[in-house]
Write a protein that binds this ligand. Structure first.
Ligand code: HEM
Length: 223
């Protein structure tokens, strides 16, 4: 698509990195979320293989490790909680969390941070030895809607990924979840406003300009 339309009209001008940043914003708007101004002018990297990535999965990471990974890119604890709030949209394959349902500890098998009424629901969605590619909403009950309910789910022990649920266990991140939920006595934070701010911050990390990188002709591969 890029090759056909934008490359034909303005060859070598518009990067895939900019298209992706704009498309992410537009997808959030279509899901009922906020819009924000996306700065453009990025060039594309010359790395395109998953095997080149240094920081793979991370869905079992402790909050300390999540914070370290974000801090290494200049993103603080509030950015971490806000951006992981992106899990208000979309789904996960059972493969990334079914260990929490069956193989987490030696007594019940289940991660004790999972709400006891939610556990049987998740077990029926992801049966032991079932299809690990089955997909489950990351924001239970509201996977297509950009809203606050992902944070309410964390409060209620209904997070899907272990790394998501831990944002409620750890005091340093729990405070931000509570602030998004408008808990009395804490300074409120508006998720929709903060999300745009943190997305712009993240999209400005290690941007390539000038003669760095390239403008890809096809987004899925280096030129
Ligand atoms: C601590 C950092 C993060 C971890 C460990 C993490 C992990 C994951 C995992 C394991 C999945 C499921 C993948 C699959 O089954 O295909 C997922 C999906 C998703 N993540 Fe994250 N994520 C993180 C941060 C983010 C951020 C910062 C955003 C956006 C601002 C984001 C947006 C999404 C979305 C939209 C999906 C759903 C994709 C779909 O429906 O196909 N995640 N994430």
């Amino acid at each position: 698509m890029k090759l056909l339309m934008i490359e034909a009209a303005c060859p070598g001008v518009v990067s895939c990195a900019d298209i992706l940043a704009l498309a992410a914003r537009d997808a959030v708007v279509l899901a009922g979320g906020p819009g924000w101004a996306v700065p453009t002018g990025r060039r594309d990297g010359r790395v395109s293989l998953a095997s080149d990535a240094s920081n793979l999965p991370g869905f079992t990471d402790s909050v300390d490790v999540q914070k370290q990974k974000f801090a290494a890119k200049g993103l603080n604890t509030q950015d971490l909680v806000t951006l992981v709030g992106g899990h208000t949209i979309g789904t996960s394959a059972c493969q990334f969390f079914s260990y929490r349902l069956y193989n987490f500890n030696s007594t019940t098998g289940a991660d004790p941070s999972i709400d006891s009424a939610f556990l049987p629901q998740l077990r029926s969605l992801c049966p032991e030895n079932g299809d690990t590619s089955t997909r489950v909403g990351l924001d239970n009950g509201s996977e297509n809607r950009f809203d606050n309910s992902f944070f309410a789910n964390l409060r209620n022990g209904r997070g899907i990924l272990e790394s998501d649920q831990k944002l409620w266990t750890d005091d340093s991140t729990k405070t931000f979840v509570q602030r998004f939920l408008g808990v009395r006595g804490l300074l409120g934070l508006t998720f929709s406003a903060e999300f745009g701010r943190s997305m712009v911050k993240m999209s400005n990390v290690e941007v390539k300009t000038g003669t760095d990188g390239e403008i890809r002709k096809v987004c899925s591969a280096i030129n």
